[in-house]
Design a protein around this ligand. Structure first.
Ligand code: G16
Length: 544
């Protein structure tokens, strides 16, 4: 079959954000929009021609349509072999696992992560490289540049591929293998965690948990691993059926969007453990009995306890965290005598450190935790890690975290998000802050002295690449930090994120309410950034 060459023209705005190209479904439905981006990937990644590509997504609206388009274009661009998840499903960490295990040349992952799904909601696409991780900026920049000059794309005039049928089939010269989306991933988890110990915990009759899959991609993974392989009681997985619109919910596992689950951890009949994952399965939220574990604390606790699991029994070589993530993990690294790296927001910045063997664990405040087992953050992995710790340490979630604070100190932490802010107003707010930075150092701010104030820049220690303007940091003399950033994953207006952190070494003062402890920092942040006068917002939309 001869490929068809379709003339096209550049469509503005195809620069990938924090994690790929995310836009409204209606934007992706414009003629040529998806095709231009996919062709730009094939044009800039020549190793895909004659190579193997992984394709899958989180099952949201437009997932199946996009996969059929991609398969026709892959065949027309000379891809030899495609591994695609049955029914088009692959969680983001499972896609990374498949890319690595089968030594492919990369993958196209279809997801807008934690953003809502449906015809009027969000869609996204990103390219992951052969190591399994999100493409580094050098690659995403090249793809973007190509979208600015593109004038044709290649496809085939061929019917849709049957994605329900496991096994091999052909699309012209290209072989398509429809794979079980769970199998490779579940097998990998069995090598990392003590499944026997977790099985016993579930069998003890003394432990109850629920996992909220939020009608997103992790349902099938959680049912197979938690209920079938580990013997958790049927019904442990809530909202386990992936739906194209996530049942109308917002598949973002934080306190604002999981209120039913949170309520199950409170009161007389409270669960011992609860967790949730997001649209594409890479984020996680961990709850104990009436206890919320911040993602920053979770990373630090996992690092300090990694030796309790089979996969990390021999210890960890280093840790990395994104800049706005609290410094709790730094204290663990210091005690373990290992390096701790501070990277810009975005999982792609961990890739080089993982590939070079500099770090074993990494995490972000945005409910992301992961390790060198794949090159994406991994929601269920974090849940299994916690289950392994609970089974081995025979303590509650709260006891484990409070022990941790006693030993390392507590980094009180919160993030305030102002969503859907006018983009120009948000840019103006950041510019104004940037202008103020040089004059702040040494000056008092709400009774505290500013120790440093800068716009975070990162030089990758492996390839020397530099990322600038990655968030404004104001550090205070007592170690507290205020950070301002604009989100790179939203699809409407701008989202201003304000990250606040304060350290407390004294165990007697570690049990306070976070928002109360932060009150002074919150008011400093609002004043210095002129949030209300510039955005018209008195209060944040989401507090995590
Ligand atoms: C993505 C990235 C993460 C990042 C998060 C938040 O997560 O993979 O590395 O921390 O976005 O980004 P922002 O603050 O720019 O919105 P996900 O789960 O959306 O893929």
């Amino acid at each position: 079959m001869d490929p068809i060459i379709i003339p096209t023209q550049p469509i503005a705005g195809q620069r990938p954000g924090t994690s790929g190209l995310r836009k409204k479904v209606k934007v992706f439905e414009q003629p040529g929009y998806l095709e231009n981006f996919v062709q730009a990937v094939f044009d800039t990644q020549p190793e895909l021609s004659g190579g193997t590509l992984v394709v899958g997504g989180d099952g949201r609206y437009y997932n199946k349509t996009a996969i059929q388009t991609i398969l026709r274009m892959a065949a027309a661009n000379g891809v030899a072999h495609v591994l695609v998840g049955c029914d088009g499903i692959l969680s983001t960490p499972a896609a990374s696992c498949v890319i690595r295990k089968h030594r492919t040349q990369g993958g196209l992952i279809l997801s807008a992560s934690h953003n809502p799904g449906g015809p009027d909601a969000d869609f996204g696409i990103k390219f992951n490289v052969g190591a399994g991780g999100p493409a580094p900026e050098s690659v995403t920049n090249a793809i973007y540049e190509r979208t600015r000059t593109i004038d044709r794309y290649r496809t085939l005039d061929a019917p849709d591929v049957d994605l329900q049928q496991l096994g091999r089939q052909r699309l012209d010269e290209m072989e398509i293998e429809v794979i079980d989306p769970v199998a490779d991933y579940a097998e990998l988890m069995e090598t990392l965690f003590d499944f026997n110990a977790i099985h016993q915990l579930f069998n003890s009759g003394l432990f109850r948990m629920r996992f909220d899959a939020m009608h997103a991609v992790t349902g099938p993974y959680a049912v197979e691993i938690l209920e079938r392989r580990l013997g958790a009681e049927p019904g442990t997985v809530l909202n386990g059926e992936p739906l194209e619109d996530f049942g109308g919910g917002h598949p973002d596992p934080n306190l604002a969007h999981t209120q039913v689950l949170v309520a199950m951890t409170e009161g007389a009949d409270a669960l011992d453990f609860a967790a949730a994952s997001d649209g594409d399965g890479d984020r996680n939220m961990i709850l104990g009995k009436a206890f919320f574990v911040t993602p920053s604390d979770s990373l630090a606790v996992l690092a300090a306890n990694a030796h309790h699991t089979p996969g990390y029994r021999n210890g960890i070589v280093g840790i990395a965290r994104s800049m706005p993530t609290s410094q709790a993990a730094d204290r663990v690294a210091e005690e373990l005598g290992i390096d701790c790296y501070e990277t810009p927001t975005g999982w792609k910045f961990f890739g080089n450190l993982l590939d070079a063997g500099r770090i074993t664990l990494c995490g972000e405040e945005s409910f992301g935790t992961g390790s060198d087992h794949v090159r994406e953050k991994d929601g269920l992995w974090a849940v299994l890690f916690w289950l392994n710790l609970l089974a081995v340490r025979q303590q509650s979630v709260a006891e484990i975290v409070r022990d941790h604070w006693r030993r390392f100190g507590r980094n009180y932490y919160t993030r305030h998000d102002y969503e859907g802010v006018d983009a120009k107003a948000a840019e103006g707010l950041m510019e104004h802050l940037r202008e103020r930075l040089p004059g702040l150092v040494g000056k008092p701010l709400g009774g505290l002295t500013v120790a440093y104030a800068d716009d975070f820049a990162y030089q990758d220690p492996i390839d020397g690449s530099r990322a600038e303007r990655q968030g404004i940091r104001i550090g205070l003399a007592d170690g507290a930090r205020i950070i301002f950033r604009l989100s790179g994953t939203g699809t409407e207006g701008a989202t201003l994120r304000v990250y606040l952190e304060r350290f407390e070494a004294d165990p007697a003062r570690q049990g306070h309410d976070t928002q109360e402890v932060m009150a002074q920092l919150i008011s400093i942040a609002r004043d210095i950034a002129q949030i209300e006068s510039r955005t018209g917002r008195r209060e944040p939309d989401v507090i995590t």
